[in-house]
Structure formats: structure tokens, C-alpha cells
Design a protein around this ligand. Structure first.
Ligand code: NAD
Ligand code: IPM
Ligand code: MN
Length: 366
């Protein structure tokens, strides 16, 4: 039996409500599939921690989680008390960089029985991956402010693309495309307007494509690509994009499947030198925090991605099957999907569906 050490960071807002549901389902999966999961909860990387300590994380944060097998993360951000760039650069963005989690993997899937906001689409029509570059690009701290306080006040911030950084995310995305049936990949840029970095990305895509002759490659400017996400989502299989464009596409994609509340993500360090981090795509949702109504499915699906990453795809598929069964039922899904359940009720329903699924498909279970 394998035992894994999991660092748990719930963070702010609805992270405090969704993480317990994720842990509940993970614990059940661990029991049913005989996987050892040791959860170690941390209170840092939250704006509450900041209020108490004047910083988002303790000086030794890294040594406290670096030997974890994975990080299970909720959400960070409480802009009423800490400016977002302070809380996020002091936590999540630090993890991504310090642990070299250069691939942000974000599935977009219309689940059976979920009302789709796009007319005439059924589940198989929206089923793709957004692969987002996660450590460089538009998210750089290179820049500054000059002539402050004068009428010439100027701010600037550079986009950074390194050959290594671009090539490794492209290779990662092409490799995913290779494992899919459709063998297509879409690259997002804006090389008509942004004339140095974006054409560079295009150039590297062409170069990388030579190593993957069986993958058909499409490229679009980000503006029309967002339109196509809404109009022709069936066109996409693997969509690879820079840090900022990937961020935008990975809220738009899930919104097209009904809610951002179900969308998971893996911040992956593919070399496995450092722990990878699993967190929902959504944030701390201050507008609904504390009400117990947040959709826990994004968080629970993160648990499935984490199980898969740890080498337990059978447990991961069982959790996803449980999620599918719950989402198809208005009584068991949350109000963002027009359902009647609250956060805990939905989490309980996934847990129950998981137990049922495993008892009906005992082949891979413990
Ligand atoms: P958000 O994702 O928190 O919320 C956007 C909207 O979606 C809100 O109306 C919210 O109620 C709704 N929503 C989000 N998750 C939901 C869920 N699980 N169930 C039901 N409804 C849900 O985005 P925002 O409002 O732009 O950001 C709020 C805070 O979260 C900010 O501080 C922001 O920086 C931070 N943030 C953090 C992360 C992260 O930790 N990965 C991601 C995005 C935003
Ligand atoms: C995400 C979030 C973060 C990002 C924010 C909170 C910094 O939006 O994980 O998608 O932009 O990467
Ligand atoms: Mn985002």
C-alpha cells in the first residue's frame, strides 16, 4: 500500500468550505482503493494568516511542504483586507514558481445532464484541455513606475518568454494531444498586435510540431479564439496558451459548460522534482463565502486529478464518475447549476455516489 503525504491549504473564502468536501471524498476514495493519504493542514497562504502575521506565509513555508507528494489547495484572496497582488504573489504564484509548476492543466467538460448555456450542445461537444503556461509570460514582475506623481507618470511591465519556458509547455501540450484520440492541438496567441513575444511563440509551435508529425495544429488569435469557444467548442481538443491567455480561456471554457464552480486544475511540475498543486480554477468568491452554498465539485474534481497524478487512475475515474452522477441530478447539485443542494449536501452526495459506484464496479477497488 502506498502512503502519500498531502499538504492541505484551504486559504480564504469558499476555500474553507470546499476543501473539507474535497477531503471527505478523497478520504473515502483512499479507503475504497486502499491508498494511504496523510493530510497535513496548514493555516498559511491566507489573508487571515496575513492579518495575524503581516505576511502571507512564514519564512520557512517551503521546507514545511516541499517533501509533500502533492498540495491540495482551496483559494486565496480577500481583497477587502489585502490587495490581490499582495496575497497572490505572496502565496499561490510563489508556489507555482518556487516549485516550478510550469504546466497548468485545466479540463473543460460538459457533464451529462447539466444544462449548457450554449444552445444545441451535448456532452461530447465540449470536452477539451486548456494547457496554460504557468511560470512566465505576462505574469512577470519586471517593470516599474517612473515620473511618479507627475503628469508624465508611466507604468510598464514586461512579458517574458524564454525558449526553455515556451518549448517545455508546448512539448507538454503536444504530448497530451498525442495521448488523445483526436490528435489535434490549438495554439492561442495575438501575434498581429503583440509583435515580439507572440510571433516567437508561434515560431516555437511550428518548430515543436516537427517532432509531433501526427498532431494537426491550429492557431488562432486570442480574440477570435474566445468567440470560437462559445460558437464552436466542439472544435477543441488541447488548447495551449501563454499564462494570461490560458487564465482567461480557463474561466471561459468552464463557463460554457454551465459554471466555473466545477472546474479543477493541476499546477504540475512534470519533472516531479517538486510537489504539484491541485486547486479549483475559481477563486475565494467573497460574494457567497460563509453561506455554505459554494459548489464543491471543482475542489472534489481536483482530488481526482491529484489521485491520477499520484498514480491511481482507477480511483480518479471513480471520483469523476461519482461527480457525473451527482451533476446530472438537480436535487444533488448546487444553485450555480440551478440545483437545490448546499455545499455539504453536494459533497455528501458525491461521497455516496462514489461508494455506490465502487460497490457496483468492484474490479479495481481494494
Ligand atoms: P471567483 O472565482 O472567486 O468568483 C467569481 C464568481 O463566480 C463569483 O460570483 C462567485 O460567487 C462565483 N463562484 C466562484 N466559485 C464558485 C463556486 N465554487 N460555486 C459557486 N459559485 C462560484 O473570482 P473573483 O471574484 O474574480 O475573485 C475573488 C478572489 O479570489 C480574489 O481575491 C481573486 O484574486 C481570488 N482568486 C483566487 C484564485 C485562486 O486561488 N486560484 C483564483 C481566482 C481568483
Ligand atoms: C487562477 C487565478 C490566478 C491566476 C490569480 C488568483 C492570480 O485566476 O488560478 O486562474 O491568474 O493565475
Ligand atoms: Mn484565473
Amino acid at each position: 500500500r502506498n502512503t502519500y503525504k498531502i499538504a492541505v491549504i484551504a486559504g480564504d473564502g469558499i476555500g474553507q468550505e470546499t476543501v473539507p468536501e474535497g477531503l471527505k471524498v478523497l478520504s473515502a476514495a483512499a479507503r475504497l482503493f486502499d491508498i494511504g493519504l496523510d493530510f497535513e493542514e496548514h493555516d498559511f497562504a491566507s489573508c487571515d494568516y496575513y492579518a495575524r502575521h503581516g505576511e502571507m506565509m512564514p519564512g520557512d513555508w517551503k521546507s514545511r511542504i516541499i517533501d509533500s507528494d502533492a498540495i491540495f489547495f482551496g483559494a486565496v484572496g480577500w481583497p477587502d483586507t489585502v490587495p490581490d497582488h499582495v496575497s497572490l504573489w505572496g502565496s499561490l504564484l510563489k508556489f507555482r514558481r518556487e516549485f516550478d509548476q510550469y504546466a497548468n492543466l485545466r479540463p473543460v467538460r460538459l457533464m451529462p445532464g447539466v444544462p449548457c448555456p450554449l444552445a444545441g450542445k451535448s456532452p461530447g461537444d465540449i470536452d477539451f484541455w486548456v494547457v496554460r503556461e504557468n511560470t512566465e509570460g505576462e505574469y512577470s514582475s519586471i517593470g516599474g513606475k517612473i515620473f511618479e506623481g507627475t503628469d508624465r507618470e508611466t507604468v510598464m511591465q514586461e512579458t517574458v518568454m524564454t525558449r526553455q519556458g515556451v518549448d517545455r509547455i508546448l512539448r507538454y501540450a503536444f504530448e497530451i494531444a498525442e495521448r488523445t484520440e483526436r490528435k489535434t492541438l490549438t495554439s492561442a496567441t495575438k501575434s498581429n498586435g503583440i509583435s515580439i513575444t507572440m510571433p516567437y511563440w508561434d515560431e516555437r509551435v511550428l518548430e515543436m510540431a516537427k517532432s509531433f508529425p501526427d498532431i494537426a495544429v491550429d492557431k488562432y488569435h486570442i480574440d477570435i479564439l474566445t468567440a470560437l469557444f462559445v460558437l464552436k467548442p466542439e472544435r477543441f481538443n488541447v488548447v495551449v496558451a501563454s499564462n494570461l491567455f490560458g487564465d482567461i480561456l480557463s474561466d471561459l471554457g468552464p463557463a460554457c459548460t454551465g459554471t466555473i464552480g466545477i472546474a479543477p486544475s493541476g499546477n504540475i511540475n512534470p519533472t516531479r522534482t517538486f510537489p504539484s498543486l491541485f486547486e479549483p480554477v475559481h477563486g475565494s468568491a467573497p460574494d457567497i463565502a460563509g453561506q455554505g452554498i459554494a459548489n464543491p465539485v471543482g475542489q472534489i474534481w481536483c482530488g481526482a486529478m491529484m489521485l491520477d497524478h499520484l498514480g491511481h487512475p482507477e480511483a480518479a475515474s471513480a471520483v469523476v464518475a461519482a461527480i457525473e452522477s451527482v451533476l446530472s441530478d438537480p436535487e444533488r447539485r448546487t444553485s450555480d447549476l440551478g440545483g437545490e443542494a448546499d455545499t455539504r449536501g453536494c459533497g455528501d452526495a458525491v461521497l455516496e455516489a462514489l461508494e455506490k459506484h465502487v460497490s457496483q464496479n468492484p474490479r479495481n477497488a481494494a
